[in-house]
Design a protein around this ligand. Structure first.
Ligand code: SF4
Length: 318
């Protein structure tokens, strides 16, 4: 069995002229949490969706456990749907307000024909609620009767209903109160251990990603610009964009926090419909130099578990 569960090769997603994802090579290993970080609009959510084929890739391939997802027919897609799931940023928007939470959590069971029969299904829904820390007696309530954190737990229970292997967590704590964010993160970590899940954890917040991810991929304007072990990416970033992201994260020790050098990026993020020539980051890069406008850097190793797409590590071209 390969240790890679999901593999994207040359993946592209275009919406008209907009190149939301523009040639991404990425592997998610079994049992790991891969953090995917970048500013809003960099294509990270689209990439997460494309891995599950919730949006159609316009180029490249995605493999899930050896299956070519991009070429999958209806039956294979149905199996893929069961083995994968998504946890959304806003559980309120992703749950039907007119359905009880038990109905919402039970829906994937009906779709995938699991735990057939009302009693079996009800028992399974109760079990799922308990697993995520909700009172199973509250299954008859509606989403608005729960707090934000509890609603996210409902979303997580629903995601787990089909017993997936791979879960895309798309900004799962971004819309929650700071006080409950840690609880939801801890829950996700516990569930991963308990059920052997593989996560893609998508977030604009490097500090949040760093807490949970084994490896981190940094995205900028439709491309992965750095990839590596969470600790190395945050302690020794190899790409100037990652450096800027790292410099924006507050440090818990007051002495170090006072002397923290913040790299402030100037200029707007260019349009993904018309990315700059050469390195896409060059219009905002404090370290841009001669080859940057003419050569489009590829990811290349910068350390044992780290790679960056930047000419500072040797000039390359796509
Ligand atoms: Fe900056 Fe050049 Fe590296 Fe791009 S290739 S990140 S512009 S130094």
């Amino acid at each position: 069995m390969s240790d890679v569960l999901v593999r994207a090769s040359g993946l592209q997603v275009r919406f008209g002229p907009v190149r939301a994802v523009d040639g991404v090579d990425l592997e998610v290993r079994r049992g790991e949490t891969l953090g995917l970080v970048g500013e809003s609009g960099c294509g990270k959510s689209t990439l997460g969706n494309a891995l599950l084929r919730l949006v159609e890739p316009t180029g490249g391939t995605v493999e899930f456990d050896g299956l070519d997802v991009t070429a999958a027919g209806r039956r294979e897609l149905r199996a893929l749907r069961r083995r994968t799931a998504m946890i959304f940023q806003d559980p309120y928007a992703s749950l039907d307000p007119r359905r009880t939470v038990a109905e919402s959590i039970g829906e994937p069971l009906a779709i995938h024909r699991l735990h057939r029969g009302r009693a079996a299904r009800r028992a399974r829904v109760g079990e799922l609620m308990e697993v995520v820390g909700l009172n199973p007696d509250h299954g008859g309530r509606y989403p608005h009767e729960f707090s934000g954190g509890q609603r996210q737990r409902v979303g997580i229970a629903r995601a787990l209903a089909g017993e997936p292997d791979f879960v895309v967590c798309d900004e799962p704590i971004a819309s929650l109160d700071v006080s409950v964010q840690a609880q939801v993160v801890n829950l996700l970590v516990r569930l991963q251990r308990e059920f052997g899940l593989t996560y893609l954890f998508v977030s604009h917040d490097l500090a949040a990603v760093r807490q949970v991810a084994d490896r981190v991929a940094v995205m900028y304007l439709g491309r992965v610009v750095e990839l590596g072990a969470g600790a190395s990416v945050s302690s020794a970033p190899a790409h100037p964009y990652t450096e800027a992201l790292v410099s924006a994260v507050p440090v818990p020790e007051p002495a170090r926090e006072r002397t923290r050098q913040r790299i402030v990026l100037t200029g707007d993020v260019p349009s993904p419909a018309d990315p700059p020539s050469g390195c896409r980051f060059r219009t905002r890069c404090p370290k841009a130099f001669e080859p940057c406008p003419d050569h489009d850097p590829v990811l290349q190793p910068t350390g044992p578990e780290q790679a960056a797409a930047c000419h500072l590590h040797g000039v390359t071209d796509r």
